[in-house]
Design a protein around this ligand. Structure first.
Ligand code: GLA
Length: 386
């Protein structure tokens, strides 16, 4: 986090509300592999990155909630913290949804003030919304001394997204923003919630994100549709294999055996998920063995599955992923996050990064007439006080 941004947010808070706030930072995330597996009780491999949100938060001694989005120069005030519901102000809902989660757990949330700003690009698939949720969850937990565990905070942030943003997301983004660790990626088992850190040296292998610049308006409704299609698959399989309670438990053989009953679309959705789970496990073995080439192949296969079977890519992302494979120094490339836009994630040899960016940007420009934004990220710690 740039110190100057934190200072600006702090100064803004102090000037608006005339008392000293708690300063908190919460990172966005990348996900190396394991997409759309979290809500299927499967595996993901995210990391918190140095694109972050920063918050100044304080209890104002009254009943009001006062929110100010520094980057947008927009504010929202609510008369009574005890009486909140989703508003028309999109960015504020992520914060209000978190406050509502404290209340649902029996915490009387008093009036508070919050100024936020950040460097997580919006709609880029880097979980700016999870960073917003997790930052406020952390801040309120500190200020109200509620003592919630880190996993509770991640789940409260996830439920805020469900209830106040209408996206039935899994736990990955909020988990990564809370549990991230500098220099490590973390594999989460989304069923048991066990997790394991793996060292990832971004000096030895760069993580380069290329932003398609596409913010697909269908993203959240299609996301919820995918979730339903997976649930449909589980309910069909369950009639034959009662032990299957999530796609995590299914095999390709079982899917093949009931292909016609599942129907073409649900079959393809389910087979993507089953294969992606296997890819995460294989990728972690490659990472431990230091085999980046094999790791990258899993990423490429992940992209193909997301494009052809899960159908959450878009032509801009496909062009970027394809251009990456032709570019110098690339281990692997795929779309990242929920899909329908946002970034590709690319693992690139450090001495080839400039050539990679030039090559992919040129291919994108040739096709779409503009150059994409790119970000080289490093892996940082999860949410915390500044
Ligand atoms: C979004 C959701 C996550 C996850 C990804 C896809 O980022 O918030 O829970 O499902 O999409 O892997």
């Amino acid at each position: 986090m740039s110190d100057s941004l934190a200072q600006a947010v702090q100064a803004d808070f102090q000037q608006r509300y005339s008392y000293a706030p708690l300063l908190v930072r919460a990172p966005g995330r990348v996900n190396l592999i394991g997409e759309h597996t979290d809500y299927n009780a499967g595996f993901v491999l995210p990391a918190a990155v140095d694109k972050e949100m920063v918050f100044a938060v304080g209890l104002n001694g009254g009943e009001q909630i006062r929110l100010f989005a520094h980057d947008l120069n927009e504010s929202l005030e609510l008369p009574n913290a005890a009486d909140i519901s989703p508003t028309e102000t999109h960015w504020a809902n992520y914060l209000l949804g978190v406050a509502a989660q404290f209340q649902l757990r029996g915490v009387a949330v008093p009036g508070f003030d919050c100024v936020l700003a950040g460097t997580v690009p919006m709609g880029a698939g880097m979980s700016s919304s999870a960073a917003v949720e997790c930052g406020l969850a952390y801040a309120l937990n500190e200020l109200l001394k509620t003592g919630f565990e880190k996993m509770d905070l991640a789940r409260m942030a996830q439920l805020a997204e469900h209830t106040y943003a209408g996206v039935q997301c899994g736990l990955m983004d909020q988990f990564a923003s809370v549990f991230g660790r500098a220099g490590q990626v973390v594999r989460l088992d989304c069923r048991s919630l066990d997790y394991q850190y793996f060292p990832f040296d971004t000096q030895a292998c760069r993580i380069v994100l290329v932003n398609s610049g596409v913010k697909h308006s269908l993203a959240s409704s299609e996301y919820n549709t995918r979730r339903k299609e997976c649930e449909r698959g589980v309910s069909v399989l369950q009639q034959h294999y009662p032990e299957i309670t999530a796609l995590r438990d299914a095999t390709m053989e079982q899917l093949e055996a009931h292909r016609s009953e599942l129907g073409g679309t649900v079959f393809r959705r389910c087979s993507y998920v089953v294969q992606e789970n296997a890819r995460v496990e294989a990728a972690c073995r490659h990472l431990e063995a230091g085999d980046l080439a094999a790791f990258g192949k899993e990423m490429n296969a992940s992209h193909a599955g997301l494009r052809d079977d899960y159908e959450v890519s878009c032509v801009e992302l496909d062009v970027l992923a394809e251009a990456a494979l032709a570019a110098p120094g690339v281990f692997g490339s795929r779309m990242m996050g929920g899909g329908f836009g946002g970034c590709t994630i690319n693992l690139v040899a450090p001495d080839k990064v400039d050539a990679f960016i030039e090559s992919v940007s040129a291919a994108y420009e040739k096709r779409f007439g503009r150059r994409p934004e790119t970000y080289q990220t490093t892996i940082v710690d999860g949410v915390g006080a500044v």
